[in-house]
Design a protein around this ligand. Structure first.
Ligand code: CTP
Length: 398
């Protein structure tokens, strides 16, 4: 679980997005965190402390003078064993208070009294005009200068009926941001290009040739690289997965499209990770119209031509980024992995035994380099992705 053992103080301020805080509480707890809810008086107009207590399974604090804390100092006690404070939703008024160090209720006092190293994450939520207001933007600039972490906001349709910046991020996006806040920034300032998923080679407008890749490993690596502070571009074949928050995703179908997108985006990248299961062959005589059965006639004859090797093309560039390849083998992983790394001319190749790991949440990996191979034992794909990102960061540093 991504937040196992973490204690989060979740602050709610006045805004209609308070309803999303209920879902966020559940998501944080499901990820292993314990959640201590603190609400401003305004927040209690939008969602009740009873609801938040039921979901967080802990007493909710709303009052600076709450006598339930032994020494009667909830503004001190509630944060001393916390791992992060998350304010979601964070109103324009609360942003103003934080920017000026106000201490006129429990939540604002608790923020000012927090230990200096305790991360404070804010998820702004307000009407577009309130967000764009010069005073709000001045306060936001001040908070950024103070090193406070802003999660969003997003643009889109708002509860008031207007459209624009100021929507709070969705609970699952906030969860990704909270998880990311705890990851070391091993790839800070780096640009990472990743391919993921299967490719799809058309036979006719209805049918095509694809493979069993789900995209899970590539998406997990994209998420892990973003968590580590990288600027991530994900070139993805068709998958059912949602884009990791903060990752720039470009959708493609065929190997040729994937090749063209990669080659036009590879300039300026520091790392290229080819996780996609790319079709080696495409159908040269694909039909423009649906191929009909025509009872009694011969089966259609497909003619194949070779697709470009994306990884090999990138590895052959004069200013090539640090290249990492993947190999899914059905047998002899050690022999094939070693040979494939040398053939592709890349410093690192990650092998796994397919197809039984395709679509699964767990995997085990062998990493091949010029000295031999090391293994990452069976684990959750997201955990393996973080291990791999740390390994790549270490090698780049060296
Ligand atoms: N790859 C690629 N472009 C291709 C084929 C493969 O970029 N046209 C990349 C994959 O993303 C992976 C690595 O090359 O990182 C190895 O892919 P794999 O399919 O295992 O190997 P192939 O090179 O296709 O060799 P073979 O089919 O003989 O196993």
């Amino acid at each position: 679980m991504d937040l196992a053992g973490k204690k989060i103080v979740l602050g709610l301020t006045g805004g209609i997005a308070c309803y999303k805080a209920a879902e966020l509480t559940r998501a944080l707890i499901k990820a292993g965190a314990s959640v201590q809810v603190v609400m401003t008086h305004a927040a209690t107009h939008f969602i009740t402390p009873v609801t938040m207590q039921a979901l967080s399974n802990q007493p909710v604090y709303t009052n600076q003078w709450d006598a339930r804390v032994g020494n009667n100092m909830p503004h001190i006690d509630l944060t001393r064993d916390a791992d992060a404070i998350v304010i979601a939703p964070c109103s324009a008024d609360f942003i103003f208070k934080l920017a000026h160090g106000a201490c006129d209720d429990l939540l604002s006092t608790l923020c000012v009294a927090r230990p200096m190293m305790l991360p404070l994450l804010l998820a702004p939520a307000m009407n577009v005009e309130m967000w764009q207001n010069a005073a709000t933007q001045r306060n936001i600039a001040q908070l950024k200068a103070d090193g406070i972490n802003l999660l969003g906001p997003d643009a889109g349709e708002q509860a008031c009926g207007e459209t624009g910046m100021g929507r709070m991020l969705e609970p699952e996006q906030l969860l990704e941001e909270v998880v990311a806040a705890f990851q070391p920034k091993l790839l800070g300032g780096k640009r990472v290009l990743i391919t993921a998923g299967p490719t799809f080679e058309p036979i006719d407008p209805i049918r095509g040739i694809t493979n069993l890749s789900s995209g899970k490993m590539g998406y997990a690596i994209a998420r892990a690289a973003r968590e580590a502070g990288a600027d991530v571009t994900l070139v993805s074949g068709p998958t059912a997965l949602s884009t990791p928050y903060g990752v720039h995703r470009i959708n493609v179908h065929t190997a040729q499209q994937m090749h063209d997108v990669v080659m036009s985006h590879v300039g300026g990248q520091n790392i290229f990770i080819a996780v996609a299961a790319v079709a080696d062959w495409r159908v040269a005589n694909a039909s423009e119209q649906k191929i009909k059965k025509n009872a009694g006639s011969d089966a259609p004859q497909l003619v194949f031509e070779q697709n470009p090797d994306i990884l090999a093309s990138v590895a052959a560039l004069p200013n090539t980024p640090y290249c990492v390849g993947f190999a899914a083998e059905s047998e002899n992983l050690v022999k094939h992995g070693k040979a494939k790394r040398e053939k592709k001319g890349i410093p690192l190749l990650v092998g796994n035994i397919g197809p039984q790991t395709f679509g699964q949440d767990q995997n085990e990996l062998l990493l091949f380099d010029d000295k031999g191979h090391i293994s990452f034992p069976r684990a959750d794909k997201q955990q393996l992705a973080r291990q791999l990102v740390a390994e790549i960061a270490r090698r780049i540093e060296a």
